[in-house]
Design a protein around this ligand. Structure first.
Ligand code: SF4
Ligand code: SF4
Length: 422
């Protein structure tokens, strides 16, 4: 059923020619289920400042799927997008049941313009995967990502169910089913400093993922990450990641892509990829809650209750209308909205102030460097120097790479902040 016409200030005021600079969305994180069968202690949905999940329907309704796919079709036509990505997310998206995914795919096929190619991905905790699920994902061409933080001893520290029981064995069973069905899931892990980095890396090699991506634990200047220290001399997350980087680049044949390292190396060489943890480019990403609300980045919920709420909903608004929301705009331009310190940083063209939620402080919101500033600086300068030393001149010649050491980059920032150097 077509949506009721809405007052759309964007399309009604737009000149006949396409405005290529108009903000747009190319990726939606779709919360098809708002609850989870696990209860990970660090979960930003259920254990952070925001409690809005309680008001959300458990599962996205057919009416919301229909409205959402229609709005995306309109958006792709309006911006003439050649591709559009959906990431099914939750809670645990498999709790939505297989029928929802079939309906979504059917509606999408009907609503997307022929020139827009959809890309579908699903991020799961893996515990509910069965052969039937894997067959459905294969049939609907939905790429699979599974969250697992490392070997059982490490994963089960935080990734537990509602009875407090570790999830590793169930995730591993789901992982093995997926592999036996011919899927090659991506692996998503939250960095845990209690793990030995090489033990983590070897465990990942044993799993054989398509790709590996890391998340830094959620944290702000008010609620710093685990094992955080204000000491100028500590960079535990960079040290942990760099040990994996060194092992990974020493491989004769890379066992899998590591998105974080790939992105940093490409950007250091002058590439223009997009990755919202460090993005210079606009973050063309929005979140659809299970009731159809169109919101900014969900991880911002670690900052304060209700921070991502917006007045836009797919039942009444086009995606473009969500850009009226302050947080949607702030996240879209998070690589440009930098504090004075980041603007003076020698590696700002790669770091871009880091991930927006990690900059938060109650007193001045996002006008801060990342709470991970020292770690990001050490990680980026470490990779930058490796690139400068190890890549062939033929690759480096066309770039304007000028490596700096961590000490140089740090002293520069401390001098700007008028802090005596050590
Ligand atoms: S599996 Fe994901 S959504 Fe579920 S509790 Fe854990 S972190 Fe949260
Ligand atoms: S390293 Fe620190 S100062 Fe530099 S851009 Fe990143 S967060 Fe800002």
């Amino acid at each position: 059923m077509p949506l009721a016409p809405i007052v759309d200030p964007i399309s009604s005021c737009a000149p006949p020619e396409l405005d290529k600079t108009a903000p747009k969305c190319r990726l939606l994180v779709v919360k098809v289920a708002s609850r989870c069968n696990l209860d990970c202690s660090y979960c930003y949905v259920y254990h952070a400042a925001d409690l809005s999940y309680r008001k959300q329907p458990m599962v996205m309704s057919d009416a919301t799927i229909d409205a959402l796919t229609q709005r995306v079709g309109n958006h792709c036509r309006r911006h003439r997008l050649p591709g559009f990505t959906f990431v099914f997310h939750g809670g645990e998206p498999l709790l939505a049941g297989p029928r929802l995914f079939r309906r979504f795919a059917d509606r999408l096929a009907a609503e997307l313009p022929p020139e827009t190619k959809p890309r579908l991905c699903l991020q799961s905790n893996g515990t509910l995967l069965t052969k039937n699920w894997c067959d459905l994902l294969t049939e609907l061409k939905i790429g699979l990502g599974i969250s697992l933080d490392g070997p059982k001893r490490i994963n089960d520290l935080y990734r537990v169910d509602h009875a407090g029981k570790g999830s590793y064995d169930r995730v591993r069973a789901g992982w093995d089913i997926a592999k036996s069905c011919g899927l090659q899931p991506g692996l998503l892990a939250v960095v845990n400093l209690d793990a030995d980095p090489l033990e983590f890396y070897n465990h990942a090699k044993e799993l054989g993922p398509r790709s590996l991506d890391f998340l830094l634990p959620d944290g702000t200047h008010e609620t710093p990450p685990p094992q955080y220290s204000w000491s100028e001399e500590t960079t535990p997350y960079a040290d942990w990641l760099l040990r994996i980087f060194v092992a990974w680049v020493a491989e004769e044949k890379s066992p899998f892509r590591i998105r974080l390292f790939d992105y940093l190396m490409r950007t250091i060489l002058g590439g223009n990829d997009s990755y919202d943890n460090f993005n210079q480019n606009p973050n063309e990403v929005m979140v659809i809650e299970s009731n159809g609300d169109i919101e900014s980045l969900d991880v911002l919920k670690i900052c304060r209750d209700g921070i991502t709420q917006s007045a836009a909903n797919v039942h009444s608004h086009e995606l473009d209308q969500a850009f009226d929301n302050e947080m949607v705009q702030l996240y879209y331009n998070s690589g440009k909205n930098l504090c004075a310190t980041c603007q003076n940083c020698l590696i700002k063209s790669v770091c871009a102030g880091g991930y927006l939620p990690h900059r938060y402080r109650r007193a001045n919101a996002f006008d801060n460097p990342s709470v991970y500033c020292r770690d990001l600086m050490k990680l980026i300068t470490g990779i930058q120097n490796w690139v400068a030393l190890n890549l062939p001149q033929s690759v480096l010649a066309g770039t304007d790479l000028t490596p700096v050491t961590y000490a140089e980059a740090r002293s520069h920032i401390l001098a700007f902040q008028n802090v005596p150097t050590l």
